[in-house]
Write a protein of this length. Structure first.
Length: 634
């Protein structure tokens, strides 16, 4: 055979006959959990924790409850950390040029400061002739790329101005002029890491917009309405439920109960702002809907919605919860709903005219002529360039605000704090749990001198963690392995540990490896945090429970080996909390939690890293000190 042909054969044969996986690779890849088990368990976790609205015997009882709930939501969820001081800071409004409109209206450009250093562009559509006090409508946007230039939003604002109302349209973070990387919604969680609510930036932008609306020369502060589609519907329920100055609300296809969101995860889980940390410890969106009472509220949903919050399942639980409250307050007719049967996720003419009718019924005297029929839109919508509002070159965003906060963190420990108190503080921050553990061995095998046992570790009432136990001969110590790439991705490190004569137990905690959720994974992680737990704490607690289980089996000293920066963080926290862990070996660990901010990471990629308030209290050196005198190798 010619040499050239022989060389070709040697090159091609490996491609035709790929190397077979080693026994270790097959053992680490063997399925242990049932199909989609991790997702189902997370859904059950959420559904079983959705708070329900109490029943009330009198209007006075409801008013006390509503007042207290608003206070708790603002203090404990929305305005945590630096946000409370942001709310007290004076806000500035700067009016810019005026655009001539079509017949009956004009557009005034402006910008306002939502939090210190963060300016929001806005447009005020106003009638050409204004006398006396008139209603004002705050128009909030959804996830549309064009922001304030979206044609249907322009059409609605123009129609409102032609009817004699003031229409204020404010830009939303991540869209239109604010469509910059630092305003990506999953980066609001960077603020959470620093102990300040990322939700606060959304809320304060809306609250400042209401401040602006009621201050307008011809605005009637008793007739302020808010409306918007999708993310604008979410903004509507947020501000209208928490700010009694809003006199009428029309959220359109923007939210649903946490219960239906968990049941329809392909559609409804929502972004970071819609699932803020700890919200569901106090309230579901059913509670927020009831907080609209007795003010007029129109809940609009689309029957053929292709995005989210479809009418057939979303609107029912909201009405069921809120109707008794509206009836108790003597205003059952103030709660309405409208179902649109047009295609898709829309705020088209049918939905807009339903809103106009609502305004006519509640903001204008009985019998007053108020035409709910929509006038024809402008021949050509204005472009983004036409409606552009100049902003400061150094305008802040989520990332900039978080970097400013993180620069001085963590804060010093309380004076005289001992190790036990520091551990208790860490335990509270990550919401650590002492999971009971029930281990079920589902299979075992031996190949090429390698013994393998496959375990399902049931932890508490919520989680099942898959584990593979591997050994050769009679090991004297145990390495508990976790990895960013899951147990199958740590084969090289596990091979080395086995070669050192150690028993290896490789597990996949929540969100990693076999415990990863196959679709919309980070939204489920946010949901866990919304119910008061922390994904980081779940992971650390699962590692700690496994270490206690191994210690109870007399498996020798248990060292945790973590591969990757994410696994290294939850392993470090587990070791700080759990004395059954004899030592740590961290591969590729972060040197500081500020690297999360420096690298501009986001919750849609690494949700567990954004544990609320962790960097405010601890950084990697402080966490490492809590493990001492046990060794921490890197």
């Amino acid at each position: 055979m010619p040499l050239r042909a022989l060389l070709f054969l040697f090159a091609v044969v490996p491609l035709l006959c790929p190397a077979q996986p080693s026994p270790l690779e097959e053992m680490l890849s063997k399925p242990i959990l049932g199909p989609s088990q991790a997702r189902f368990e997370t859904q059950v976790f959420a559904e079983s924790r959705v708070p329900t609205l109490p029943t009330f015997r009198s209007a006075a009882e409801w008013e006390r409850y509503a007042t207290d709930l608003r206070r708790q939501l603002l203090e404990q969820i929305v305005l945590r950390g630096e946000a409370a001081r942001w709310r007290q800071a004076p806000s500035r409004v700067e009016w810019l040029d005026t655009l001539p409109g079509g017949p009956g209206y004009r557009i005034r450009k402006l910008r306002y400061e939502a939090v210190p250093g963060l300016w929001v562009p806005a447009l005020l559509y106003e009638p050409e002739k204004l006398t006396g006090r008139v209603p004002v409508v705050l128009n909030v946007n959804g996830h549309e790329k064009q922001g304030n230039a979206v044609p249907y939003i322009q059409t609605r604002c123009i129609n409102l101005a032609r009817r004699g109302l003031l229409a204020l349209n404010v830009e939303w973070f991540g869209r239109g002029q604010l469509a910059t990387p630092g305003f990506q919604h999953s980066k609001m969680n960077q603020l959470d890491l620093c102990g300040t609510s990322g939700l606060a930036v959304h809320y304060l932008s809306l609250s400042r917009a209401v401040d602006l609306a009621v201050s307008l020369d011809h605005a009637d502060p008793r007739r302020v309405a808010v409306t918007g589609l999708s993310g604008g519907g979410w903004q509507t329920i947020l501000i209208a439920s928490l700010d009694p100055r809003v006199a009428l609300a029309n959220p359109v296809a923007g939210y649903s109960s946490f219960l239906t969101r968990a049941q329809f995860p392909e559609l409804d889980l929502g972004d970071s702002e819609q699932t803020p940390t700890d919200l569901a410890t106090l309230a579901d969106y059913t509670h927020l809907t009831a907080l609209l009472a007795p003010r007029p509220a129109l809940l609009t949903y689309n029957s053929r919605d292709t995005c989210c919050f479809r009418a057939d399942y979303a609107v029912g639980p909201l009405l069921q919860a809120a109707r008794p409250v509206f009836a108790l307050l003597g205003k059952p007719d103030h709660l309405r709903h409208h179902v649109n049967y047009g295609p898709g996720h829309n705020y088209d003419q049918d939905n807009r005219e339903a809103f106009y009718r609502m305004l006519g019924d509640h903001f204008f005297a009985a019998g007053a002529a108020f035409d709910a029929g929509e006038t024809a839109p402008e021949p050509q919508p204005r472009t983004e360039q036409d409606l552009h509002v100049p902003l400061p070159a150094d305008n802040a965003d989520f990332h900039v605000l978080a970097r400013r906060l993180g620069a001085s963190l963590p804060r010093p420990a309380p004076p005289g704090e001992d190790r036990a108190s520091a551990v208790a503080r860490l335990r509270q921050i990550v919401r650590a749990r002492d999971y009971s553990l029930a281990a079920v061995r589902i299979a075992a095998e031996q190949r090429d001198g390698l013994d393998a046992a496959y375990w399902r570790l049931r932890m508490g009432d919520a989680w099942t963690v898959p584990a593979v136990e591997l050994s050769r001969g009679g090991p004297k110590s145990t390495a508990l392995v976790v990895a960013d790439g899951g147990r199958a991705g740590a084969r090289a490190q596990i091979e080395q540990l086995l070669a050192e004569g150690r028993r290896v137990v490789a597990i996949d905690p929540f969100y990693f490896g076999e415990s990863r959720l196959e679709k919309r994974d980070f939204l489920f992680a946010l949901l866990v945090a919304a119910f008061g737990d922390r994904p980081l704490g779940v992971q650390a607690s699962q590692v700690a429970a496994t270490a206690r289980w191994l210690e109870s089996r007399r498996a020798g000293p248990v060292t945790v080996v973590a591969v990757g920066p994410r696994a290294s963080l939850f392993a470090l926290i587990a070791a700080a909390l759990e004395p059954a862990i004899a030592g740590l070996s961290l591969r590729e660990s972060m040197g500081s939690l500020r690297e999360i901010l420096d690298q501009d990471l986001s919750a849609d990629k690494t949700p567990e890293l954004f544990c609320f308030g962790l960097l405010e209290a601890f950084d990697i050196p402080q966490l490492t000190a809590l493990v001492a005198p046990r060794p921490v190798g890197r």
